[in-house]
Design a protein around this ligand. Sequence first.
Ligand code: GDP
Ligand code: MG
Length: 297
Amino acid sequence: MDTRNLHTGGISLVGAPNVGKSTLLNRLLGQQLSIVSRKPQTTRNRILGIYNDERGQILLFDTPGYFHGSKALDRYLEEQTLKTCAGVDAVVMLVDARSGLPPQALLDAIEESRVPVVLAINKIDTLDKPRLLPLIDKCSQAFAFREIVPISALTGEGTDELVSAMFRLLPEGEPLYPDDQLSDLPERFFVGEIIRERILHCVHDEVPHGVAVCIDSFHERPDGLVEIDATIVVERDSHKRIVIGQGGKMLRLIGQSARERIEKFLDTRVFLKTFVRVEKNWTHSPARLDELGYSDF
Ligand code: GDP
Ligand code: MG
């Protein structure tokens, strides 16, 4: 292959919770890698996805939503966002077309890091077209964005233009990973994310985000079946009761729907065992966050 003129580099997706970062990442990669939820803050760890086409390779980082908070988990998420921006060639900042400008604190932090920023105005499928131009205008006055691209991560509108804008900011270089590799994160991480997404989906608003999933063991048998032991960590006894449900009904439901998704993701049969454990205030303890896997890869 002639590798001249190929461009390769890292780009992180940043923005307030719920603007559609995970949806965009999934659309670009064409596979469900990062979890998508209506509730804010579901993406806790950065996820590296790899986009390939004839122009080169983009390493994508999906960051947690940027926001200010007092708890250790909030601080961790914020730090992760800033850290992810430090090592990349460019940043794609997302805003929700309905709410307009990105948070000022985020703009200030990014400006300090001096990385070029492309603004993607997402969810334009929800906006009356005449309102788009004034919004673009307002955004271009708020910050020196390299480019502003209106998109819909949901329908795919504008996402090709966004990818072109990304390639324009990447240095020339050969691909770093083979082009069939979607992500360099271990499968067990995604399995944990799938289970966590299923919990949030099944228990709705009854258990807030103080829920973590540890994959205690991940073992592939010679016949191909994958045995997984997972512990669901919650903050309160009442949350444990909700997650387990009457006679264990809820936990069975969570386990079953998680297993189906994990089987699809791993493309093999899965035997999933789940346990629920209460750990008071784990979201307040930096040491515990670290142990539960919310730290650097
Ligand atoms: P994140 O927190 O930034 O990762 O946001 P998510 O990707 O989890 O998306 C949050 C919500 O917005 C989900 O319900 C998505 O389906 C929805 N969403 C994302 N992109 C679009 C879009 O382009 N149009 C519409 N209408 N909804 C979107
Ligand atoms: Mg997300």
